[in-house]
Design a protein around this ligand. Sequence first.
Ligand SMILES: *[C@@H]1O[C@H](CO)[C@@H](O)[C@H](O)[C@H]1NC(C)=O
Ligand SMILES: *[C@@H]1O[C@H](CO)[C@@H](O)[C@H](O)[C@H]1NC(C)=O
Ligand SMILES: *[C@@H]1O[C@H](CO)[C@@H](O)[C@H](O)[C@H]1NC(C)=O
Ligand SMILES: *[C@@H]1O[C@H](CO)[C@@H](O)[C@H](O)[C@H]1NC(C)=O
Length: 572
Amino acid sequence: MKFLTGAGLFCLLSNVVVIAGQELLKNGGFESLSDWQCWAPLQCFLTSDAYSGSHAVVASSRAESWQGPTQYITVNPGQRYNVSAYMKLLSDHIGENMEAYVDMEDQAGHHVYQTVATHGSAKTSDGWVFIQGSFTAPHTAVKTVRVAFDCGPSAHVLFAVDEASVTPLTGITNVTDAYLNNVIDRERKGDMHFNVKTASGVHMNDIKIHVLQKKKSFPFGSSFNAHKYNEGAANGKYRDFVNKHFNWVVPENALQWYDIEWTRGHMNYKLALDAIHGVKSHGIKVRGHNLVWSVEKYVQGWIKQLSPTELKTVVKHHIEETMNMTRGLLEHWDVNNEMLHGSWYQDRAGDPNYNLELFRIAHHADPSVKLFLNDYNVVAGSGFTNDYLAQAKKYKAANVGLGGMGVQCHFAEEIMPDASLVKERLDLLSTAGVPIWVTELDVVAVDENKRADLYEAALRALYGHPAVQGILFWGFWDQTHWRGPHAALAKGNNMELTAAGRRVLDLFENQWMTDETHVLSAVGNQFNVRGFHGDYEIHVLYQGRELPHLMQNITLYKGSDVTVSINVQNVV
Ligand SMILES: *[C@@H]1O[C@H](CO)[C@@H](O)[C@H](O)[C@H]1NC(C)=O
Ligand SMILES: *[C@@H]1O[C@H](CO)[C@@H](O)[C@H](O)[C@H]1NC(C)=O
Ligand SMILES: *[C@@H]1O[C@H](CO)[C@@H](O)[C@H](O)[C@H]1NC(C)=O
Ligand SMILES: *[C@@H]1O[C@H](CO)[C@@H](O)[C@H](O)[C@H]1NC(C)=O
């Protein structure tokens, strides 16, 4: 006998009530092939090599990496789900990722694919591995949602799946805006204690104190295109936008090895260096991205021709030369980009610890630069969160100069970032005890107002987490954005702000900056102002006019306790 309630499925079995999380998948144990779809050319068959029970499914004859057994499920709008399975690689091929993904189709037939859980760099010797992750269903009604299991980047590899499960995710903190505002107040602000003396005869209601934040100390910026910056794209407005709105930037491509040395021995550092000198003259700090990139498709042809011994010599020289060329100009370097998504250098070098060696080389070349891991599907999606934590712990323990974890944060298209899941994942990653930076934030929504909502939700969730020490977008202009115009903050040749751009700048330049004026008669001679960390000007006004000799500059930083003494004499 079964009955369904809003909260779950209760099964009454031989006088024992079993309360189970409501399972959305049918036949997740693959004791038969029923309820699963295997679209041609994919073929599924049962194997007795099961993780549990008598059978598991094997996916074969695959022509695309995304092909694998799939099942449609019914979700509730806005509900969070826990996806898990056991998977096993059956044919060896270096660097395969076994994963679960969801395909959400909206009413207009537009599909959004999200990787939910991954086991990276799988080997047949791993045997059965547990994959687990989470996703949030869209808040608006969907047409279809399906869960699928696949393996890539190669298409033809064989893999098995067993014990697949999708259940509503329970027991996580429901993060509200009020919660986030509390964290923001606690983490991003400090107190200024004002102590104002007035000469006798000066009326308190004639004195105003203007507390004006001129600069924020929280790193906020974007990747930028060095060509566009140097050439003065959009009549110089591209450059002006970068210089005006960002206090940190990262060249999108210009520091990557394939831009610096596409052809062996033909070096091009000028493009990047000109742009870096340009932004630095505006007081902007710069990240370096990246010394090498683990994913095979980003490795230049000539490097692929090298023998393992030559490769090691050439890579060491490249790292040392690039760090020499940029010495004193960069705060961070992404050393080996996306090591969860590729292992080309390590595999070709034939040394399982080569990636650690690259950090050692970089740290030795310039110990003053903070060296970063940088990866995706760790916070905006959940595919690799557990693997990233393990990687950070490994690099920290190896003492190779790890200075931070870059979480890219490319959020799924058209789907509201879920602050609760962002918090869960950041909480987990922060247990590594390594500074976390959001290095490549973007969202995509066709409608500019919706895009504004998505960016705001993402920014509140990230700025509202104590472990996050900086936030950089991965582009801002519709004409160069890697995710296309529907991710842009500014558009066209006039760099006109989109609704999303207005919202983002309102947060960073208005809501998350402090600008307060207090009349002494209202607050008294001693009062506190709680303001965002950064540089301030304190202006004193008497009967509406500035007393310039009383102007002072102060800096409010995390942990600082600032007292501002003002002595108002001789006002006439
Ligand atoms: C997700 O489901 C799996 C399988 O039932 C379970 O082991 C795991 O604890 C769940 N995770 C969360 C966060 O609920
Ligand atoms: C979490 O918050 C949402 C609104 O943001 C609300 O609809 C939902 O009921 C809350 N869930 C719990 C478990 O409190
Ligand atoms: C980098 O700079 C150091 C110190 O000046 C120098 O010894 C080394 O030869 C340089 N290496 C390369 C590859 O430029
Ligand atoms: C405050 O800082 C501004 C800008 O850096 C500077 O021009 C001014 O002289 C400073 N004022 C005082 C009183 O230090």
